[in-house]
Design a protein around this ligand. Sequence first.
Ligand SMILES: NC(=O)c1ccc[n+]([C@@H]2O[C@H](COP(=O)([O-])OP(=O)(O)OC[C@H]3O[C@@H](n4cnc5c(N)ncnc54)[C@H](OP(=O)(O)O)[C@@H]3O)[C@@H](O)[C@H]2O)c1
Length: 299
Amino acid sequence: MKVFITGATGYIGGSIAEMLVAAGHSVTGLVRADEKALLLKARGIAPILGTMDDNAILTESAQAADAVIHTASADHPASVVALVTALERSGKTLIHTTGSAIVADHADGEYATKTPLTEDSYFEPVPFRRARVDMNRYIRQAAMEKGVRSIVICPTMVYGTGRGLQADSDQIPKLTALSRQIGAGVYFGKGLSYYSNVHIDDLVDLYLLAMEKAPGGSFFFAENGHSSFKDLAGLISNHLGFGGKTVSLPVEQVIQQYGEYARLGAASNSYVKAVNARRLGWSPKAPSLADWIKSLPCV
Ligand SMILES: NC(=O)c1ccc[n+]([C@@H]2O[C@H](COP(=O)([O-])OP(=O)(O)OC[C@H]3O[C@@H](n4cnc5c(N)ncnc54)[C@H](OP(=O)(O)O)[C@@H]3O)[C@@H](O)[C@H]2O)c1
């Protein structure tokens, strides 16, 4: 199968691309820089130079492929509209990557939600994430209204070493860097909020499975566990050799310094259960978040 991937140089897209190539698929990848294009080529991924704002390139690349996997951004409507429009009435697969911050609240570390949300749960997104929720709906509706086999995958906090050019994920490396700087595992407020998580290898498996057999219009959380931010800080502390010592920073600090994006990613509840993925036959096998962090060399 010929698959076009955006974000092919990134953590999620790069990992998917590697596994697709290994499985014998022909993969093209959107790339912004010449140097990275050469690196992709060396990995068996045919580079397509362009950005998410190059409508013509997205259109041509999507139409030349049997399936498209969009991982470059969960928040870029123009590229989503370009890809949906390019595939209109083709019946071809479009898998879009969103993120579980869509369900994140403003708990600010004060409490944990007791029950995980599933794909069928009602939730009211915080204003910062409403556009992302609307875009996911638009993509799923394309299955009913525009003849695209559109699928949305919603990763939680992804951990593990990426298989492509970008080895590091987002939240844990950033919390680790801050903890190293401070000399203790860092969390915000009381650190009680729950965030679900998934290993990158299991996440990639879900993309491959969804590409093979998910119905158009479907939506999948990707999750195989959860942790409070305080427990995560303890794990990071041990990994850094700080003997489990943790420290709380005021939530106002994360908001002032890093904005709403980090507030949701480091102090909210985003506690979900991947019911649809398991129904599809997804069976995560990678080490849990705690076991993965424990397996890292102490640095
Ligand atoms: N990692 C997680 O834990 C996680 C969890 C849930 C959701 N997500 C979402 O999943 C998506 C991918 O995450 P990631 O961790 O793989 O991020 P990443 O490692 O930063 O990768 C982003 C990719 O998108 C490309 N890109 C960014 N802007 C672009 C543009 N304007 N035109 C073309 N390409 C562009 C980057 O290219 P360059 O190499 O040129 O920078 C890179 O290949 C994001 O939307 C993220 O919010 C991630």
